[in-house]
Ligand binder design. Structure first.
Ligand code: TYM
Length: 339
């Protein structure tokens, strides 16, 4: 079984990306290694160009993102790490899969709706096509498992539908494409903005004060967590619940960072007289989680040649796998000469 996931090289990666996704990538690498499977992680530059961007910045942010993945524990000897744009099979498969994707499905995607209203000058066709390229990313590797945060559930459902439809239309008796399963973590799949805990933490649209970046220093993290919006319940009660989004988010962050159940974490604070103790514990746990990543990042980020070498080797390996799928897909669709 193959594990595949993708991450955008846009903005600065935050605690939501880290808890919801990056930590599961590392866990996937360990699991794949133990069972001689493959873990494949792709930095999706072709997805990043669907909204306005600066070409020079894109390359720098790509290095930033790769370095964060390495600093978090991904190892190019054990996982395939590559840049999407280096493997043209993704774009080709995207086009081929567009023939089994309904326009109405793409129009209904929440991410498309949210992102398109935010565009002032141009809603690119690429933004509409974003989920088809994402489907191609995964299906090109016949991956069985896709670690993502909660916000990607809809894209994963569409990807599964595209694979099923492709197999039904072109597969005959064969499963040419693998229908993948998502892997959404039980805790921390949707980390919320600390200043507005009804909105998810995000690079676009969130608040800087409410977003903890992976590369924030300890003092900045402490400041952001201590100013987190909670509620005015008097006396304060530390429990999870839909009526307490701020406190729930803090409990979930603490649980995710300490590897404990949210209920057990909340039970530690039954005697607390305010939210200060909870915030102090959260700040400490987040700093403990992110400080080593930041240190490793500083060591690795300066060597662009070394980063390029990792990407080049990853792309070579990825291409070998993707090409095999594309050969089958093209043959099944009648594209190109007969084999
Ligand atoms: P990106 O870079 O926007 O997000 C990367 C991962 O972070 C997760 N995530 C969160 N998890 C918990 N709480 C949050 N507040 C939070 N915000 C983001 C996302 O769910 C994601 O897993 N579309 C993908 C990129 C992609 C991809 C793929 C993913 C392209 N091709 C193929 C899987 C398979 C994305 O949102 O990236």
């Amino acid at each position: 079984m193959r594990i595949f996931s993708g991450i955008q090289p846009t903005g600065r990666k935050h605690l939501g990306n880290y808890i919801g996704a990056i930590r599961q990538y590392v866990e996937g690498q360990d699991r794949a290694g133990a069972s001689r499977h493959e873990s494949i992680y792709c930095i999706v530059d072709l997805h990043a160009i669907t909204v306005p961007y600066e070409p020079v910045e894109l390359r720098e942010r790509l290095y930033d993102t790769l370095t964060i993945l390495l600093a978090a524990g991904l190892d190019p000897q054990r996982s395939i790490l590559f840049r999407q744009g280096d493997v043209p099979e993704h774009a080709e498969l995207c086009w081929l899969l567009s023939s089994v994707t309904a326009l109405g499905e793409l129009n209904r995607m929440h991410q498309f709706r949210d992102k398109s209203v935010a565009q002032r000058e141009l809603v690119s066709a690429g933004l509409l096509f974003y989920p088809v390229l994402q489907a191609a990313d995964v299906l090109a590797y016949r991956a069985g498992e896709v670690p993502v945060g909660e916000d990607q559930r809809e894209h994963l459902e569409l990807m599964r539908e595209i694979a099923r439809r492709f197999n039904a239309r072109f597969g005959g008796d064969e499963e040419i494409l693998v229908v993948p399963e998502h892997r959404i973590p039980p805790v921390g799949a949707r980390i919320m903005d600390l200043q507005d805990p009804t909105r998810k933490m995000s690079t676009t649209g969130g608040s800087v004060e409410g977003t903890v970046y992976v590369l924030d220093d300890a003092m900045t993290i402490e400041k952001k967590v201590k100013r987190a919006v909670t509620d005015s319940e008097d006396p304060p009660v530390i429990r999870r619940g839909p009526d307490k989004p701020g406190v729930t988010n803090l409990i979930d962050i603490l649980a995710a960072c300490t590897g404990r159940e949210p209920e057990a974490v909340a039970a530690d604070f039954t005697q607390a007289r305010g939210y200060g103790d909870l915030k102090a514990a959260v700040a400490e746990a987040v700093v403990a989680e992110l400080a080593p990543v930041r240190e490793r990042y500083d060591e690795l980020r300066g060597d662009a040649a070394a980063l390029e070498a990792i990407l080049a080797e990853g792309a070579e390996r990825a291409r070998g796998l993707a090409r095999a799928t594309l050969t089958d897909v093209r043959a099944a669709m009648g594209v190109g000469p007969a084999a």
